[in-house]
Design a protein around this ligand. Structure first.
Ligand code: ZN
Length: 229
């Protein structure tokens, strides 16, 4: 399916968009009834009744227009400030965790922590334990480590583009040291987007439709392999 269409569908199926869909549907039903009421009022010739029917019709039509505008905004990805604050807090926490992984690696021969214990090994020595939470998450823990690079060193990935290799990502994590890959990214937490940190240290919020453009499984080579012609 076309990426843009996928993104639009995700936006329209998320949280408050569903509420707006329901409101728009109610407006259409109310519009049908008020239209009939308006027709009957015209036929009756009662001026007061006709005025009431017109007012009801205009109100219903206005609500419908407002809900269509709201749906349009959701397609264009305009979130409310509440969501933005959550995203910022989440991103800040994920940055702290990414920094902790770099600090850990400095102490352990430039090697990242292993997949099964990554979170336990970086907290509380390198980061506070409460950084493991995204405000929008409903699961006990909020982040996961890319299992394909956990335990690897930067030198083993020297032939790869660090800016494309995810290290930490948002996940519906049942355990603190959760690890996985692209299929485990929490897709609906921030309106179809997810905070991700990369091996070069930068971080970005990614739409899930673009996740497959990243290097989730880079080729890990030992220094001996690299020295071969
Ligand atoms: Zn988050």
């Amino acid at each position: 399916m076309n990426r843009t269409l996928q993104q639009v569908l995700v936006n329209l199926s998320h949280g408050w968009s569903i509420f707006v869909w329901g409101f728009a549907l109610l407006c259409v039903i109310a519009g049908i009834f008020t239209q009939r009421y308006l027709n009957r009022s015209r036929d009756s010739g009662d001026v007061v009744k006709l005025r009431r029917a017109k007012t009801a019709y205009v109100l219903t039509a206005s609500c419908f227009v407002v809900s269509i505008v709201a749906l349009g905004l959701s397609i264009l990805h305009v979130g409310c400030s509440y969501t933005t604050q959550d995203e910022q807090k989440c991103r800040s926490n994920l940055k702290q965790l990414a920094l902790a992984i770099h600090l850990y690696a400095q102490d352990y021969d430039e090697r990242m922590p292993p997949a099964k214990r990554w979170a336990e090994l970086i907290a509380p020595k390198y980061v506070s334990a409460d950084s493991h939470k995204c405000p929008s998450a409903t699961t006990p823990f909020s982040f996961g480590m890319n299992a394909a690079v956990a335990g690897a060193s930067w030198s083993e990935l020297a032939n790869e583009d660090y800016t494309k290799i995810p290290v930490l990502f948002e996940a519906d994590a049942p355990v603190l040291s959760f690890s996985g890959g692209m299929k485990d990214v929490a897709k609906f937490r921030h309106t179809g987007r997810s905070n991700i940190t990369f091996m070069d240290g930068h971080d970005k919020i990614y739409p899930y439709t673009l996740l497959d453009t990243l290097s989730w499984k880079p080729k890990i080579e030992s220094p001996e392999q690299k020295s071969k012609p």
